[in-house]
Design a protein around this ligand. Structure first.
Ligand SMILES: Nc1ncnc2c1ncn2[C@@H]1O[C@H](COP(=O)(O)O)[C@@H](O)[C@H]1OP(=O)(O)O
Ligand SMILES: [Mg+2]
Ligand SMILES: [Mg+2]
Ligand SMILES: [Mg+2]
Length: 311
């Protein structure tokens, strides 16, 4: 049956299933309490959960899609050893598998795809106990454009028939839309969501220029895009460098599938080819629709745009 499912749809269905498994790994590491924190750089950490979740995701996808270029955030010195067999997920999410593939993506081959994996987005928040901010991100790009993506939130709680369920998985597919949750319209006033752990003078300059009614400071690119989609915030602004392609690929794919837009602060799209530099040098500006995105872009001071474009 699965041979007749177009590659992008099958890959997205696999990504949903493996993101759920990775989310469980993230919760298990926390429950065990041995985070194994490594400092990669300034305000830049890696934990056992980042390492293990990445091994689970990459081993699972590579086993099924050997010719897809999969790029993960973490340099994993321990990828050499065997990945535990219960981390290899070859299931596919049934709902996603039954989606109709848009004609523009029907002929896509493994060689055209780059998958960007952020096994744990919001690592600082994870280590500090802001667990709701944590997400697992799998972004699927074709010819440099994010066309599908998964944002899994391991600590999202729901009650189903009186029973507590942990985790939810949101997906987006270009030309189809989003699933896994109910989107909501943006708030009436301008509410900006931004970094809580990586701010600097440039980021604050951008925020001041917005003259927002409220600024929410939360962790992770995935969580901030969820806030846009759920009507908690109007605009996501991070007017400085620091986040990377694996931070924005899945969020951009999901947001754009819902009609939103994610660019740098100059209004340009990032490219997601394998040879692109990892760093999103010119910041992030995102909104749930083009109108809000253009409005926010028009408020960014020219001086700040010039500073960023020269970097
Ligand atoms: N200066 C930085 N150094 C390392 N990672 C960063 C930096 N700024 C942003 N990031 C990554 O981008 C995400 C979104 O940024 P922020 O939370 O500051 O808004 C962070 O959770 C982090 O991803 P990760 O947690 O996967 O390392
Ligand atoms: Mg990191
Ligand atoms: Mg990240
Ligand atoms: Mg990460």
């Amino acid at each position: 049956m699965s041979t007749s499912v177009p590659l992008i749809v099958k890959l997205l269905a696999s990504s949903v299933s493996v993101a759920n498994r990775a989310g469980k790994i993230v919760r298990d590491v926390m429950s065990k309490g041995e985070l194994g924190i490594v400092e990669k750089g300034k305000d830049d950490y890696q934990t056992e959960a980042d390492r293990s979740a990445q091994r689970c995701i990459i081993a699972s996808l590579a086993a099924q899609y050997p010719n897809i270029n999969i790029i993960g955030e973490e340099d994993n010195p321990d990828t050499e050893g065997d990945v535990p067999s219960d981390w290899i997920v070859i299931d596919t999410d049934k709902d996603v598998l039954s989606l109709e593939c848009p004609s523009s993506l029907q002929g896509v081959k493994e060689e055209d795809i780059v998958v960007w994996v952020d096994p744990l987005d919001g690592t600082s928040e994870y280590t500090q106990g802001f667990l709701e901010h944590v997400t697992v991100l799998i972004g699927i790009s074709v010819n440099e454009k994010p066309v599908a993506g998964v944002i899994h939130q391991p600590y999202y709680k729901t009650l189903i028939d009186g029973e507590k369920k942990m985790g939810r998985t949101i997906w987006g597919l270009q030309g189809v839309g989003v699933g896994g949750f109910t989107p909501a319209p943006p708030p009436d006033s301008l509410i900006i969501t931004t970094t809580r752990s990586h701010s600097n003078a440039l980021a604050e300059k951008g925020l001041q220029a917005m003259n927002a009614s409220q600024v929410l400071r939360v962790g992770g690119a995935g969580y901030k895009v969820l806030q846009l989609l759920e009507g908690v915030a109007s605009v996501y602004l991070f007017a400085t460098s620091g986040c990377k392609k694996w931070d924005t690929c899945a969020p951009e794919a999901v947001l754009s599938a819902a009609g939103g837009k994610l660019t740098d602060i100059l209004g340009n799209y990032y490219k997601y080819g394998a040879s692109e530099q990892r760093l999103n040098k010119t910041g992030v500006l995102a909104a749930v629709n083009n109108e809000l995105h253009s409005y926010a872009l028009s408020k960014i001071p020219e001086e700040l745009k010039e500073l960023q474009s020269k970097k």
